[in-house]
Write a protein that binds this ligand. Structure first.
Ligand code: NAD
Ligand code: UDP
Length: 311
């Protein structure tokens, strides 16, 4: 039986990943310090004899046996990663060093959950993997952006220097059930506000764009990438190329929920990227994957989840 380690396994993406890996017949060890994750996200898996959960902070070394490592640990919402920025950089950089060290010791394959944030506020649209990005090294988003960029560097250096089997995915905005109601990211904020009848908070004029991928599509391609041919390292963009302004997103959420919430405009946080859309040609060609779930359908699922949690 394949032994698989998922760091950040009690978080939004990590918990869906653990679930799918168990369905595939893998023996899953979920490691998390519960900084933004929650035991509740994996409570339905606890009775599975092939699932194990361990409280651990990846900025400290970890000694376990494993065949594959999905390194997902890191707060992903700007609100949370900016709350303790030094810890965010440590999680990305020390976390990567510790997990790469573990992979080297036990000869495991390791996948890094990188991000579209490595492109910063991009000048090229849509963003292909060859683009090096436009990132502010000293701004409020830098702890996350530069932390993730340094983690990518470490992955490729371990690959070149130690011949480690690495996989790097650059995840674009992903949403779905089990996002935390106070996560702070736009999809969960708008849905929770709409359900509660509170004002919908658009930052800036709402003309900035993002491309939103439903969690099921994303987990599918992460697992495909992990099990892809040796030598295909990525980085590979994964996400849904459907691009929407934040105003369009707010209107969709209002129309699906039937909420009477008002849209209000608040100041745009600094360094907020103006536009973002993945070029997913590489994922299509190498992983034979493209997303299937349209934004409206994914929003309906997510809204149904949040109605149970906060409704
Ligand atoms: P999340 O905040 O729900 O999950 C992150 C998990 O990591 C949480 O369970 C948290 O408790 C855990 N964690 C944080 N610091 C840790 C540490 N030092 N040691 C151990 N565990 C720690 O966020 P998510 O959306 O599930 O993101 C998962 C991964 O995917 C992150 O690495 C994130 O950067 C990446 N990613 C996500 C998106 C997205 O849109 N969801 C986009 C790009 C990249
Ligand atoms: N945003 C918004 N209202 C909110 C939360 C976010 O208008 O309540 C905007 C935010 O300024 C950004 C976009 O939505 O332009 C996506 O923000 P999110 O935090 O979800 O992710 P990221 O900026 O990291 O892509």
């Amino acid at each position: 039986m394949k032994k698989t380690l998922v760091t950040g396994g009690a978080g939004f993406l990590g918990s869906h990943l653990c679930e799918r890996l168990l369905e595939r017949g893998e023996d899953v060890l979920c490691v998390d310090n519960f900084y933004t994750g929650d035991k509740q996200n994996v409570s339905h898996l606890i009775n599975n004899p092939y699932f194990e959960i361990m409280r651990h902070d990846v900025t400290f070394p970890l000694y376990v046996e494993t065949d594959q490592i999905y390194n997902m640990a890191c707060p992903a919402s700007p609100v949370h990663y900016q709350f303790d920025p030094v810890q965010t950089t440590k999680t990305s950089v020390h976390g990567a060093i510790n997990m790469l060290g573990l992979a080297k010791r036990v000869k495991a394959r390791i996948l890094q959950a990188s991000t579209s944030e490595v492109y910063g506020d991009p000048e090229i649209h849509p963003q292909p993997e060859e683009y090096w990005g436009k990132v502010n090294p000293v701004g409020i988003r830098s702890c996350y952006d530069e932390g993730k960029r340094c983690a990518e560097t470490l992955f490729f250096d371990y690959w070149r220097q130690h011949n480690l089997s690495i996989k790097v995915v650059r995840i674009f905005n992903t949403y779905g059930p089990r996002m935390h109601p106070n996560d702070g990211r736009v999809v969960s904020n708008f849905i929770v506000q709409a359900i509660r009848g509170e004002d919908i908070t658009i930052y800036g004029d709402g003309q900035q764009t993002r491309s939103f991928c439903y969690v099921d599509d994303l987990v599918e391609v992460i697992i495909r990438m992990m099990n892809s041919e040796e030598g295909f390292t990525g980085p590979v963009n994964i996400g849904n190329p459907g691009e929407f302004t934040m105003l369009e997103l707010a209107e969709k959420v209002l129309s699906i929920t039937g909420s009477k919430s008002k849209i209000i405009f608040q100041p745009l946080p600094s360094d907020d990227p103006k536009q973002r859309q993945p070029d997913i040609s590489m994922a299509k060609e190498k992983l034979d994957w493209e997303p299937k779930v349209a934004l409206e359908d994914g929003l309906k699922e997510t809204i149904a989840y949040f109605k149970k949690v906060v409704g």
